[in-house]
Design a protein around this ligand. Structure first.
Ligand code: GYE
Length: 306
């Protein structure tokens, strides 16, 4: 183990904590803001950061975690690309005595002792908020309301949960129909491509529900190219709250954005310090967020931090 002076075997010879962070990738504006937040907060907290970008591939993330274990970092944090398939590598970290903090995305495991804490958002709640906006918006109409859904990365916690939360709310009224639902992998390019296909096969789309802003922004290009008005002919619901989405909302092209806060860095470094010191931490720490509609967009825009 790294030589520590406190006898715990923790810390470099300079006493600094080393954190290995395995990031999902650089797929979205949310992710870019999240990466920056982690890097800046580590620096501020005096924590040595080993950063790896998995380019949205689980195998790359597993490799990065194994490298961190070999390097005997003090703490490992990662944002799991998908929910399943982590038990083996998490057990390796546990056997090596390295505490793990999950950031942003959760894992699906039967053994909760494999990580110390989860820091992130309630994605089911975000999906519900999206659904609640929709049911209120169409409360007085008979329907049918034809919805297309752009899902996030297949198998990821935010895609699974945002889909489930939304479905739970709209299922109470059968005028709401999800006529097509497909993954756009959380990127602008894919969001545009899949929306183009949706527009070709469905002539009567009323609503787009995108699991993140980047896919919504890509889809808006496709809607405009098809000669329709995003925000009017096709209502657009999105999640994240990046600046570009507020700009689009201000232009009337997005109707509502459910916020998901990527600025987790400071909270993460607090957790990292605590688990490195062997302190107990809550198994779940949530970030605060809100819902923004068009009438709030102009006022909120200048203060958006990501
Ligand atoms: O919504 C999306 C990003 O895991 C919450 O990942 C995150 C999601 C976010 O690519 O933009």
């Amino acid at each position: 183990p790294a030589s520590g002076t406190d006898g715990s075997g923790r810390g470099d010879s300079d006493g600094k904590i080393t954190l290995g962070f395995a990031q999902v990738g650089a797929e979205s504006g949310w992710r870019t803001a999240n990466t920056k937040s982690v890097q800046e907060s580590a620096e501020k907290a005096g924590i040595t950061l080993k950063f790896s970008d998995a380019q949205q591939k689980q195998e790359n993330q597993i490799k990065a975690i194994r490298t961190f274990i070999q390097q005997k970092v003090d703490v490992i944090a990662f944002s799991p690309v998908v929910e399943s398939g982590w038990d083996t590598v998490l057990r390796e970290a546990k056997d090596a005595g390295i505490p793990v903090v999950l950031t942003d995305r959760a894992v699906d495991t039967k053994d909760p002792s494999l990580y110390k804490s989860f820091l992130g958002s309630d994605f089911v709640k975000e999906g519900r908020s999206a659904g609640e906006w929709l049911t209120a918006e169409y409360a007085k109409e008979n329907g049918p309301v034809n919805i297309v859904e752009l899902q996030g990365t297949t198998g990821s916690a935010p895609a699974n949960d945002r889909k489930a939360g939304f479905a739970e709310v709209i299922k109470g009224d059968d005028k709401f129909k999800i006529v097509a639902s497909q993954s756009g992998d959380f990127t602008r390019a894919k969001g545009k491509e899949v929306m183009q296909a949706f527009l070709k096969s469905h002539k009567d789309i009323d609503v787009l529900y995108a699991h993140n802003d980047d896919m919504a922004l890509g889809a808006i290009q496709a809607i405009e190219a098809a000669g329709k008005k995003p925000g009017e002919d096709i209502k657009v619901i999105s999640i994240d709250g990046i600046k570009d989405a507020f700009v689009a909302m201000n232009q009337g092209k997005i109707n509502v954005v459910v916020e998901c806060n990527p600025l987790l860095g400071d909270q993460l470094m607090d957790l990292v310090k605590k688990v490195a010191a062997g302190e107990n931490v809550p198994t779940r720490v949530e970030v605060e967020e809100g819902v923004f509609t068009q009438d709030q967009a102009a006022e909120a825009l200048p203060s958006r931090k990501y």
